[in-house]
Design a protein around this ligand. Structure first.
Ligand code: SF4
Ligand code: SF4
Length: 333
């Protein structure tokens, strides 16, 4: 079976569980370790930033998982797809925080809430780790945190990512600028002519009607190869409850009701309850993209210095990750 058919089959079984390392996450150690753990746990895809070095590290994580699997008595069902994400200006996934030194009173609140450990002891943003979630800025009462867009040159960087092993691409398109979306989309569509490409959309700037109209335009270009990643509340899956995942299911419902024959992944605030809530609400998602929550539940283990050489730690991380992957597949419920 070719790779497109493999992905299609996983989505038709609603088993396409994608682990999101973070479109802005350029911490190669974290990406490699997350990929190792979630490959062993049965993820269908790993989402990484548009950086050839990061793609290389994701490939290393997958290869390491296949090497260690027999020792852990695990059979990996399928090699995960590596999906590379890029974002348009304005999309939170494509931005980085920076602290304005002259405004900062060094209270430390931002560092306390940053899940990515991306703020140093002397209050400088560690850019490779920052995913642009904005949680730090919400905590800062001095307005000392601002954001800058990290533009990726699609026609030069993406071909390098594909050479390193990326098989799918994704455009984060939180903008009301339809022209820019279509321009970037056409580039992605040409680069991956034989596999799925996805668009990540939320409702922060688009009405429900505009959302559906945008999907129609993308479907006209890409047809059945289009995945819509329905982003409830971007990068908000910190808590593992029904309310946190409610918006992900709600936006997936809008896409489903449009009847455009695209594949739908729930994302943004997704957690172990997402598939269950979607099923209870009659929303048929083809998979779930898990970011903040998936990273959080294994972080303390993968951060250990000797993690990749410590079979016991890997085993513990895989047990935790496997539970989340299984809870995200409908046949397990
Ligand atoms: S929360 Fe704001 S003021 Fe406090 S340390 Fe962070 S940037 Fe500085
Ligand atoms: S809280 Fe989010 S936006 Fe702020 S530094 Fe950490 S990762 Fe970056």
């Amino acid at each position: 079976m070719n790779r497109y058919k493999q992905a299609q089959s996983l989505m038709e079984k609603r088993n396409f569980i994608k682990i999101v390392c973070g479109a802005g996450n350029e911490d190669s150690d974290e990406v490699r370790r997350l990929t190792l753990v979630y490959t062993l746990a049965g993820a269908a895809a790993i989402d990484v930033s548009a950086n050839p070095d990061i793609v290389r590290n994701a490939v290393k994580g997958i290869d390491a998982a296949f090497r260690i699997a027999p020792e852990l008595d695990i059979i990996i069902e399928a090699r995960p797809f590596i999906n590379v994400s890029v974002g348009l200006k304005g999309d939170p996934h494509a931005r980085k925080a920076q602290i304005l030194e002259d405004m900062c009173i060094q209270c430390g609140k931002c560092a306390e809430v940053c899940e990515q450990n991306a703020i140093s002891d002397d209050f400088i943003i560690i850019t490779q780790r920052c995913i642009g979630c904005g949680i730090c800025a919400e905590e800062c009462s001095s307005d000392a945190i601002e954001f800058f867009h990290k533009r990726v040159e699609l026609t030069t960087v993406l071909p390098d990512c594909i050479k390193e092993g990326a098989e799918m691409l994704e455009l984060h398109a939180v903008t009301d600028d339809d022209v820019s979306v279509l321009n970037d989309w056409k580039i992605l569509d040409v680069l991956i002519p034989e596999n799925y490409i996805s668009v990540c959309l939320d409702r922060s700037l688009l009405s429900d009607k505009q959302l559906v109209e945008r999907i129609e335009k993308l479907y006209d270009i890409t047809g059945e190869r289009l995945i819509v990643q329905a982003d409830g509340a971007p990068m908000s899956g910190g808590s593992d409850d029904y309310n946190t995942t409610l918006q992900a299911v709600a936006i997936a419902d809008i896409v489903q009701k449009s009847k455009i024959p695209v594949k739908i992944l729930a994302s943004g605030g997704t957690n172990s309850k997402s598939q269950e809530l979607a099923t209870l609400c009659g929303v048929r998602v083809h998979g779930v993209s898990l970011g903040t929550h998936a990273r959080k539940i294994v972080r303390s283990l993968i951060n250990s210095e000797d993690f990749e050489n410590n079979t016991e730690l890997i085993k513990q991380a895989v047990l935790t990750a496997r539970k989340l992957v299984l809870e995200s597949r409908p046949e397990q419920m």
